[in-house]
Design a protein around this ligand. Structure first.
Ligand code: BTN
Length: 255
């Protein structure tokens, strides 16, 4: 803790050897009034959760399973931008600690060699006064080998170790993620999304490419033109129309 180079992130750390999900613990702490910057860390999640009600494979001692509680003074519709800010922070940390060059697939999957090594799940606690807490869940596959993954994700998941051939120190990584997350959060609150949008786009593998966007009610094929100032993906379909995509599963089409 004393090794952290942050002002507020990680000043309060809740560590548990094993838990259902750090998101559940973080929601509880947030409700009890824990300060902004509180971090929940665990070795193992028995019910780790992903986006779109999926489960998140969280092997014991192999990854970073972390939830960060922030209480930013922003309006709820800006929340998706924050997920992009978190993705940028994780990419910077992975680059810094391992030398690997990860890419971001909209909105917040981090890929190495085209396979997913990180997922980010942002959940809100809000009321009539606005956002009370933002809970940013980060799942980073660090030292898994193929057999540590559930069969259902083998072939689509990877870890830093699988990509680099080396064990990676998780503490060093956590420190680096929190440092960058704090820096980018400050930048965001001071200057808005514009500078972060540029950084995000520089890491993106989605922009300019043909993709399939699977949403709850429909699937659209088109070119991912970019993200707008709210972080909403702009998809151009064959008829030339631009669709704003708020939430979807993106499949890259190799054509
Ligand atoms: C995704 O579906 O890509 C998001 C995965 C988010 C996983 C992290 S691990 C720490 C935190 N606790 C959870 O249960 N989920 C998030």
């Amino acid at each position: 803790q004393s090794l952290l180079k942050t002002e507020t992130l990680g000043k309060v750390i809740e560590y548990q050897e094993s838990c259902l999900s750090t998101q559940i613990i973080a929601h509880q702490l947030a409700q009890e009034g824990t300060p902004s910057g509180t971090v929940v860390l665990t070795e193992e999640q028995t019910a780790g959760r992903g986006r779109l009600a999926r489960k998140w494979d969280s092997a014991h001692g192999k990854g970073i399973w972390m939830s960060v509680i922030l209480r930013p003074d922003i309006v709820p519709h800006k929340a998706p931008q924050f997920t992009l800010v978190a993705a940028v922070a994780v990419v910077r940390a992975v680059e810094e600690v391992t030398g690997l060059k990860p890419a971001i697939k909209w909105p917040n999957d981090i890929l190495l060699d085209g396979k997913k090594c990180t997922g980010i799940l942002t959940e809100l606690q809000s009321d009539a006064d606005g956002i009370q807490a933002m809970i940013i869940g980060i799942g980073l596959n660090v030292n898994q080998s193929m057999e540590n993954f559930d069969e259902s994700v083998q072939g689509i998941a990877t870890s830093l170790k699988m990509a680099s051939g080396r064990e990676v120190n998780r503490q060093v990584l956590v420190r680096s993620i929190l440092f960058h997350l704090e820096q980018y959060t400050e930048l965001y609150l001071k200057e808005g999304f514009a500078p972060l949008k540029i950084i995000w786009e520089s890491f993106s593998v989605t922009i300019g490419k043909p993709v399939l966007a699977r949403m709850a009610n429909e699937t659209l094929e088109g070119i991912a033109e970019g993200i707008n100032d709210d972080g909403v993906l702009q998809l151009r379909t064959a008829d030339g129309r631009i669709h704003g995509i708020y939430s979807a599963d993106i499949e890259m089409l190799n054509r």
